[in-house]
Design a protein around this ligand. Structure first.
Ligand code: UDP
Length: 235
């Protein structure tokens, strides 16, 4: 497979064409942003952690019946993936209250839910990714009813697999954001699953091991990414 021209540069990744029109190469950067791009910085080594962690998790999810865009890890920062059309929805699953949920609903961070929640945001930077529901998604023609049902089913399945996966590393999966794409008419998991897109807390101390350390200027940001990497046996 041959790497060709850059197609796109996002906040955390670059995407390159290949000689195969169905395959693109993602290249993970160390750049970090928060609050819709208002806060910018660098987290040294983040690109490697996020690339290797996402690939490991996506291979696990494939085995557990969730189709993903993953094809092959090419280097520490580069991975070949299926070229999908991204469904413009951010799908968020929560097991424990935190972040915008706690703020919006006045629930203290750390309150465990009896059942996980699901929510959708409309992926639109200009509007600041507004919270919507599945009827809004249908009205805006972001996805079909069948696609939304599939997305919900896969999202809860991802949660079950990931909760168990992190727990064996003494990590609690508080919440996470995933994105899906369409490939040859099918919905598959795309984008990434990493400390940028998950809230991960130490089971015993509840220490934050994710991007909240960057968002909230808590310090030891690099160390937290490396700690997750090490605990998951990816180093
Ligand atoms: N999240 C993300 N990208 C976003 C917004 C949220 O990856 O643009 C992740 C975030 O890291 C957390 C979960 O989704 O794991 C829920 O985030 P929340 O809605 O609480 O928003 P935040 O507090 O991050 O603004």
């Amino acid at each position: 497979m041959e790497k060709r021209e850059q197609l796109y540069e996002g906040k955390a990744k670059k995407v390159f064409a290949t000689d195969d029109p169905d395959i693109v190469i993602v290249d993970y950067k160390d750049d970090a942003t928060a609050f819709n791009g208002e806060k910018k910085g660098t987290i040294v080594g983040k690109g490697v952690v996020n690339n290797r962690m996402t690939n490991h998790v996506f291979r696990l999810l494939e085995k557990e019946g969730v189709p993903t865009h993953y094809i092959e890890e090419l280097s520490d920062r580069e991975t070949a993936v299926k070229k999908v059309q991204i469904v413009p929805l951010e799908v968020i699953i929560r097991n424990i209250a935190a972040g915008s949920f706690s703020k919006r609903l006045g629930v203290p961070e750390g309150k465990k839910f009896r059942q996980p929640t699901i929510e959708f945001s409309y992926k639109n930077d200009e509007l600041g990714d507004p919270l919507i529901n599945s009827y809004f998604a249908l009205a805006l023609e972001l996805a079909t009813e069948e696609e939304i049902e599939t997305i919900k089913r896969y999202a809860f399945r991802v949660n079950e697999v990931l909760k168990a996966y992190f727990l064996q590393a003494d990590i609690e999966l508080v919440d996470f954001k995933i994105e899906f794409g369409r490939f040859k008419g099918q919905i598959i998991l795309a984008d990434e699953i990493s400390p940028d897109t998950c809230r991960l807390w130490d089971v015993h101390t509840h220490e934050k091991l994710d991007k909240d350390r960057f968002r909230r200027d808590l310090g030891n940001v690099e160390e937290a990414y490396q700690e997750v990497f090490k605990r998951l046996g990816l180093d």
